[in-house]
Write a protein that binds this ligand. Structure first.
Ligand SMILES: C[S@@+](CC[C@H](N)C(=O)[O-])C[C@H]1O[C@@H](n2cnc3c(N)ncnc32)[C@H](O)[C@@H]1O
Length: 236
């Protein structure tokens, strides 16, 4: 999964993942995580003319990008703004007909790099971190309501932050938290570590954990995995 800092977008394991899907078989494919469309475009380039590709993303930004790049105009492509945890409902009668499915987890480079999304400690801005712009409960909301013990568990289990209890206590004391800058500052202070050129930012693991909790990333993945048997065609 991606961290909280990013450079120009490079789709992860592009050729390897498309090769594994064997697009030349044709049929119905699903890209669960459209993002900037790199995987979808590469898949489309190898799909037969009568194949179909459903591209999901819960972020409007990914859909705007697909319109800007022309991916949305491809006759074989259907864009759906939805979460992949709901894939059986989205597929309806196509459930059980999917030949190949791809999920490239974590935030997109657009989410990390764009001002105003609140995913990154690189800019001081409102603490949003939501992938789906329709989601009302953002990171500030979550951080200001979560119990100290749940916060510590999230930082430890999702962020592998060894000082999770200390950071959670400091964050609870610092409430209300409203901005990425404040969040990064409190984390650094509680760890007694400060950003240094060429080194990983001390708040990286905690930012990742909070983002994963706010977007229920593991819950979504669990639902997708549980439903795979329903979604995929035999041999898919
Ligand atoms: C790492 S990016 C995908 C990058 C993409 N493969 C590409 O080539 O540009 C992940 C994308 O998945 C989306 N996403 C994450 N969790 C999702 C979910 N549960 N349902 C739908 N989209 C999701 C994010 O909004 C983000 O745009």
């Amino acid at each position: 999964m991606s961290g909280a800092a990013s450079t120009a977008h490079v789709p992860v394991l592009l050729h390897e993942s498309i090769d594994l899907l064997q697009p030349e078989r044709g049929g119905l494919f699903v890209d669960c995580t459209l993002g900037a469309g790199g995987h979808s475009r590469a898949l489309l380039n190898r799909l037969p003319d009568d194949a179909q590709l459903i591209c999901l993303d819960r972020d409007d930004r990914a859909h705007r990008q697909a319109h800007q790049t022309g991916l949305a105009d491809e006759p074989r492509v259907r864009l759906v703004k939805a979460a992949f945890g709901d894939l059986p409902e989205i597929l309806g009668s196509d459930c059980g007909r999917v030949t190949g499915l791809l999920a490239d987890l974590g935030p997109s480079s657009m989410q990390l790099d764009e001002a105003g999304r609140g995913f990154s400690f690189q800019r001081d801005e409102p603490l949003s971190m939501v992938m789906d712009s329709d989601q009302e409960a953002d990171a500030a909301h979550w951080l200001n309501l979560v119990s100290e013990s749940e916060l510590a568990d999230v930082l430890f289990h999702l962020g592998e932050e060894r000082q999770a209890r200390r950071v959670a206590a400091a964050l609870v004391r610092a409430r209300p938290l409203e901005r990425t800058g404040e969040l990064a500052e409190v984390i650094c202070q509680s760890l007694g570590q400060w950003p240094r050129p060429g080194k990983k930012h001390p708040a990286t693991q905690c930012f990742m954990a909070i983002r994963m909790a706010v977007n229920d990333e593991l819950g979504q993945l669990d639902r997708l995995m549980e439903n795979l048997g329903l979604i995929l065609a035999p041999g898919g």
